[in-house]
Design a protein around this ligand. Structure first.
Ligand code: AMP
Ligand code: MG
Length: 474
């Protein structure tokens, strides 16, 4: 989600990434499809999760208040997001087998090294003939099934029985479907003379050798994986799925399924954030730390870091006495804290932490209110994951809708309001789902999207157009 139309800038930078791995051929190692940890051991120059220490969070943290002036103390959402996107790089490409690559973005263009289909073949079960020599009864001189090497030539005035997908034999220039002939033992009579080329699928009619069939950044789905298979590829160079480690924190948290002590609430965010991360295609590790103790927070996070390409924590980044996550993250790496001009989700920590020697990963400290955590994920974490995945489309789709109720907002903050959508007279209509408190998950459950009130507006009226970020779908 980008509050300003700045996706193009991020997309341009995407093109700086080198695409040097082959799209075809064996994997570097036999276990390339499974060993996620080893795959990331040697990032190429311009790939890998992040810049050297220092540079990274400077990008996000240096955007002090030029948009709003020191009075507000807020960093503009668009600046904060741009700083993050600028600092994050796609992971180093790997070779994956076709099925393992499904859902990943291609790291290189794929150029057809052969025609598809590779030879002229029959589109019907029928008879291969010479189109202008089909008068009277034609002797059937042989049969070619799909998969046969077509060795039976067709002479004018004769026919060869042929099955769908079989190679068109030498000499033939048309197929007569079996339904259009009279069959009598070893001869046939054609009811209507075919046009030359009838029912023949020409070599290369789907793809010509030398054509670019898929471009880098394409997210592989059933059709594109099918295309790769049709070209004979068994492995493909893709950006791996990041491993997202989600950690919710807070002394008050209890695990669902356990007895809830007095004063405790059930941990919601580790589930919300893990499901959102999975929805991006990422691999996930979920952990809840029912504590605000600095040592425990630090130990647990340190233990998880080697398994992470991205770290996402929730809670402990506000101004309270026990909001120590931001302190711990800042101790572990170059992670800085910002007040971002958005609601919900104002307190945000972002930066890079050394997860293994010389491997720096982006790290997000998200606020603890469940809706704040959710919205923060959509605004900052999803684009980050998608960037690491080598995707060009960094956010979910947005639409424009007409407001059925007014929306209020506060100065200098982009306001995300949970709305339902419905079609009326060919237009999308948006209506708030109810109480918009940042802890009220219920109004998110009912929402189809998040309506965005820009930072420079404090109210949008009924009938005004609003951008809505869709919460479901790609
Ligand atoms: P914090 O950001 O730690 O100040 O938390 C803000 C609010 O969110 C508090 O009311 C917390 O109890 C609540 N909260 C924090 N973490 C979670 C969580 N994992 N699940 C549900 N609520 C949470
Ligand atoms: Mg807390």
């Amino acid at each position: 989600m980008v509050s300003q139309p700045q996706g193009g800038a991020a997309d341009d930078r995407f093109d700086e990434v080198h695409h040097d791995a082959s799209a075809h051929g064996p994997p570097d190692a036999a276990e390339a499809g499974t060993d996620t940890a080893d795959r990331r051991a040697a990032p190429a120059d311009d790939v890998g999760p992040g810049p050297p220490p220092g540079e990274a969070s400077a990008a996000a943290a240096d955007q002090t208040d030029h948009d709003h002036g020191p009075a507000s103390g807020l960093v503009a959402l668009s600046d904060h997001l741009q700083g993050i996107i600028d600092a994050v790089r796609p992971l180093a490409p790997i070779q994956l087998s076709l099925l393992d690559a499904s859902g990943c973005a291609l790291a290189t263009d794929v150029v057809a090294h052969s025609d598809v289909p590779p030879f002229d073949n029959s589109a019907m079960d029928g008879y291969a003939v010479v189109a202008d020599a089909v008068d009277g009864w034609l002797p059937v001189s042989g049969e070619i099934a799909a998969g046969d090497d077509a060795t039976v030539p067709v002479e004018p005035g004769t026919a060869v029985r042929i099955m769908t997908g079989a190679v068109v034999p030498v000499g033939a220039n048309a197929i007569v479907p079996v339904e259009q002939v009279e069959e009598d033992e070893a001869r046939i009579r054609v009811r209507r003379a075919p046009q030359p080329g009838a029912h023949i699928r020409g070599a290369g009619e789907s793809v010509r050798e030398g054509e670019t069939v898929l471009v880098a950044g394409t997210v592989l789905d059933a059709a594109s994986i099918g295309m790769l298979a049709a070209l004979g590829h068994s492995y493909v160079s893709v950006y791996p799925q990041p491993r997202v480690v989600v950690v919710s924190t807070g002394e008050e948290l209890a695990d669902p399924g356990t007895e809830r002590p007095p004063g405790a609430i059930y941990d919601t965010n580790s589930y919300v954030l893990t499901v959102l991360a999975r929805d991006t295609g990422a691999q996930t590790v979920r952990r809840m730390i029912a504590s605000d103790d600095k040592v425990r927070l630090r130990e647990t996070i340190e233990e998880l870091l080697p398994h992470a390409d991205v770290l996402v924590t929730s809670g402990g980044v506000s101004a309270g006495r026990y909001d120590l996550v931001k302190v711990v993250l800042a101790e572990l790496g170059d992670v800085r804290f910002n007040k971002v001009g958005m609601r919900p989700g104002m307190p945000q920590a972002f930066g890079f932490i050394e997860a293994d020697p010389d491997r720096f990963i982006p790290c997000f400290g998200l606020p603890g209110n469940p809706v704040s955590a959710y919205v923060s994920f959509e605004v900052f974490v999803r684009p980050t994951i998608r960037r690491m995945q080598g995707r060009r489309d960094l956010s979910r789709p947005r639409i424009s809708a007409t407001l059925e109720a007014p929306l209020d907002s506060i100065a200098d903050k982009v306001e995300f309001t949970r709305v339902t959508l419905r079609r009326r007279d060919g237009e999308w209509q948006a209506r708030p789902t109810g109480d918009q408190g940042s802890g009220i998950l219920r109004s998110l459950v009912e929402a189809d999207g998040l309506a965005e009130v820009p930072a420079d507006r404090d109210r949008l009226d009924v009938g005004e157009r609003v951008v809505v970020h869709l919460l479901r779908g790609a």
